[in-house]
Write a protein that binds this ligand. Structure first.
Ligand code: BGC
Length: 767
């Protein structure tokens, strides 16, 4: 499909209505605030193809797993974030004729996602029968200030007639997930009520007892006056609506304001939900739409101060990166350690809104550099809170000790739909350990290690200890029957990445234990007691570190993705006729699994994570060997390649890889944006700019920048928070300028030279 969105630095704009693109736009124009989010569905009735989607963070359902042949160890259920009460509904009937863009002639259609201020706006002209025309302008947002509030301003102007408009403002809780395994409905009714211009619907999940109450109030305004209209209420099962009849006068606007308070018993007492939502609603109504919207704009301004990336000389790139940052900030705001980041955010149902290793491997760096420390810390605490479940998970699979975190989870339990691919991807345990290192390395907050980190690290280490086995014949430890990050090979032996990240976890855990012993012996002893850590165990870890087997080919000078990799028929993606691509849509699973083609970074993922351990030549040889066989059929793949290519000086490759994710959803590159946006890969795109083009890393507590700028750009700049300072790094074709916006001085190494950047100052280095 040809790109259809207008390029603009701060907004996503669609001009003209094309029903064939509507579901793609519903994903792209989604709005969210960390607490809730929704697809860009129309407020009024739309009978064309659409995925009506409204999601409340953390409200999920354990849908029964669907498999053909049950095996021991399968997860009992597949968790999914629930599609919830539709609170935006406005049924508009004009002189008996329903407003439905699927039925009417539509012109002047413009849809805008304003990323600077955080709202969605749509305007259009529709032609009713007898040539009667109306103009509609609808603005909607979910507040990032009052998280439970959503507000709509819906303006209707009859252009060439006067008449009557009926508006039914409603809440509909009778909603179904499109991805339900057995086509079941997951919500039961609890209560509905109507009171003057208010209505409320409370529903609860059939399992787990999540309660969700949505309460709304509607005002209709003409000529600046709220009309005193008698609403006719209608209650149904999981439904409540109020119908108003208002006079339409030619060329005069009539505006419907709808406010909704959406609260759940995750945050409030079940018994109090109606009261709480009513109180929240009072606050919102008192402020009114304009004040709520201006608070929204101010709050977004603050977010952009921390996280904006400015690209000059390429509007499409500018729009792409801002879109990614906007979606990340809409998805996770970090106040609630019970929440995490689903691969599609609030933009669709694929992947069930669950937590994957994506969070630790891809998303954490964004929040580390753009938000207060407590926000990325909450992502780590989320896993700490799930430690007991991870221990149980390991027991379920037959391990005597240690913890195996799930590949897909909502509450700490494994909850995926598939077997080898997901189940055997035990490498995720390594990413969870690595995230602790990454957090401490970036923030310098070593207190985390003694507070929470060591417990998670020790339990993951114990898992690796039991999962490897010693092969006396060869004198090495091996790990058989795993799936590495490359999901196009399953059940392989000695995946290099998994072996390396496992052994690295043991090294890091021992380092942390030493650090605690040296700095706080009391605390060290407490952990040794609490974890019942034996001297023997630690010795065993050292032995594993010393004797871990890493498949390698000395001749090629590369690490082998797995034992049998070189026995495959080796080809490059360029050897394939393009009609074979993407492989996952054209080849049988059998053919994919035995081919050499790689879905996403695997060995290279290890070189990216443990970058400091390998010299440039090693990275180059492995990159040159694996990249040509990589089809990048996971959206998480190109960013890792782009960052490594930057380091290796492969400038064109770096830019080519960057382009593959930067506008992935805006240009519907993978032809699947209607399922939702690739939210977690957006964090990868951010990494490509900051860690790739910016060459930002932290080495031994030292901030390092090695920037290079793609020839296509005039300049780019990004913001980072670093240990109490906020820096803006600007790179143009000749200079790197670092501005310290705070009082805190920072030591920084730019292109190999060390500088001390004083508070509120600027440093210019040519490159
Ligand atoms: C990738 C996984 C990822 C998952 C969710 C899959 O396609 O291969 O690495 O965790 O998507 O984003």
């Amino acid at each position: 499909m040809k790109p259809y969105l207008k390029e603009n630095e701060w907004s996503i704009i669609e001009e003209g209505f094309d029903p064939a693109k509507h579901e793609i736009s519903e994903s792209i124009f989604s709005i969210g605030n960390g607490h809730m989010g929704q697809r860009a569905n129309f407020e009024e009735t739309y009978t064309g193809s659409s995925l009506q989607g409204s999601y409340m963070a953390g409200v999920y359902y354990p849908d029964k797993t669907r498999v053909g042949w049950w095996k021991n160890g399968y997860p009992e259920y597949f968790a999914k974030v629930l599609n919830s009460t539709n609170w935006i509904g406005l049924r508009i009937v004009i002189d008996g004729e329903e407003l439905d863009l699927n039925e009417l002639i539509v012109s002047d259609f413009v849809r805008e996602l304003n990323m600077r201020e955080g709202y969605l706006k749509r305007s259009f002209k529709a032609e009713l029968t007898q040539g009667r025309q109306i103009r509609v302008t609808a603005t909607r947002f979910v507040s990032i200030v009052q998280k439970e509030i959503g507000a709509i301003k819906y303006e209707v102007k009859p252009l060439n007639f006067s008449g009557t408009m009926e508006v039914t403002s409603y809440l509909d809780g009778d909603i179904k997930n499109t991805d339900a395994n057995y086509d079941e409905k997951f919500w039961d009714p609890v209560n509905t009520y109507l009171k003057e211009n208010r209505a409320s619907v409370t529903v609860k999940t059939k399992k787990l007892d999540f309660h969700f109450c949505s309460t709304m109030e509607t005002h209709i305004v003409k000529n600046g006056e709220v009309l005193d209209l008698e609403g006719i209420g209608k209650e149904g099962v999981k439904y409540a609506g109020v119908k108003y009849k208002a006079p339409l006068t030619e060329n005069e606007s009539i505006t419907v304001y709808k406010y909704a308070a959406n609260v759940t018993n995750r945050d409030h007492d079940t018994e109090q939900l109606e009261t709480v939502s009513s109180k929240e609603l009072n606050k919102a109504v008192e402020k009114g739409f304009n004040q709520l919207l201006s608070e929204q704009a101010d709050a977004w301004k603050e977010k952009w101060l921390d996280s904006d990336i400015v690209i000059k000389g390429d509007v499409a790139a500018q729009q792409g990166i801002r879109f990614n940052i906007f979606q990340l900030n809409q998805t996770y705001s970090g106040e609630d350690a019970r929440l995490n980041i689903g691969p599609k955010g609030f933009t669709g149902e694929k992947y069930g809104g669950s937590t994957y290793w994506d969070t630790e491997a891809y998303c954490l760096p964004f929040y580390l550099a753009t938000a207060e420390e407590r926000i990325p810390k909450n992502l780590l605490i989320y896993r700490h809170n799930h430690l007991e479940k991870a221990r149980e998970n390991a027991r379920k699979l037959g391990f005597e000790k240690g913890a195996l975190y799930p590949m897909v989870t909502m509450n700490g339990e494994e909850s995926h739909n598939e077997w080898e691919i997901t189940f055997e991807e035990i490498h995720r345990n390594g990413a969870i350990a690595y995230a602790i290192y990454n957090y401490v390395n970036y923030t310098g907050d070593k207190s985390y290690l003694g507070e929470y980190g060591i417990e998670v690290l020790a339990e993951i280490s114990r898992f690796w200890e039991e999962r490897v086995h010693f092969v006396p014949r060869k004198g090495v430890y091996m790990m058989l029957g795993v799936t590495g990050p490359n999901e196009y090979e399953n059940n392989v032996n000695n995946n290099w990445y998994t072996n390396r990240i496992a052994s690295w976890t043991l090294e890091y855990t021992l380092y942390v234990l030493d650090y605690l012993k040296d700095t706080n012996e009391g605390l060290y002893n407490e952990w040794i007691d609490k974890l019942k850590l034996q001297e023997e165990e630690m010795k065993k870890w050292v032995d594993i570190i010393d004797k871990m087997y890493y498949p390698e080919d000395k001749e090629e000078g590369v690490f082998l993705q797995q034992d049998g990799f070189l026995d495959k028929k080796l080809m490059t993606v360029n050897d394939l006729d393009s009609r074979h691509l993407p492989l996952n849509q054209n080849w049988s699973w059998d053919r994919i699994l035995r081919s050499c083609f790689i879905k996403q970074a695997d060995v290279l993922q290890g070189l990216f994570f443990l970058n400091h351990e390998f010299d440039i030549e090693t990275k180059k040889r492995n990159f040159d060997f694996y990249e040509p066989m990589t089809v990048h059929e996971s959206s998480l793949s190109p960013c890792v390649h782009s960052i490594l290519a930057c380091e290796l000086g492969y400038k064109e490759k770096a830019y080519e890889m960057y382009l593959r994710t930067a506008r992935l959803d805006l240009d519907n590159y993978n032809n699947d944006t209607e399922d939702g946006c690739h939210t977690t890969s957006m964090a990868g795109t951010w990494m490509s700019v900051v860690q790739g083009f910016g060459g930002m890393k932290v080495v031994n507590d030292q901030l390092v920048l090695n920037p290079f700028i793609p020839g296509q750009w005039d300049s780019f700049s990004f913001k980072i928070r670093f240990r109490g300072a906020r820096l803006m790094i600007h790179v143009d074709q000749t200079n790197v300028i670092v501005t310290n916006e705070t009082d805190k001085p920072v030591d920084i190494v730019i292109l190999g030279d060390k500088y001390n950047l004083k508070g509120v100052s600027e440093l210019k280095v040519s490159h």
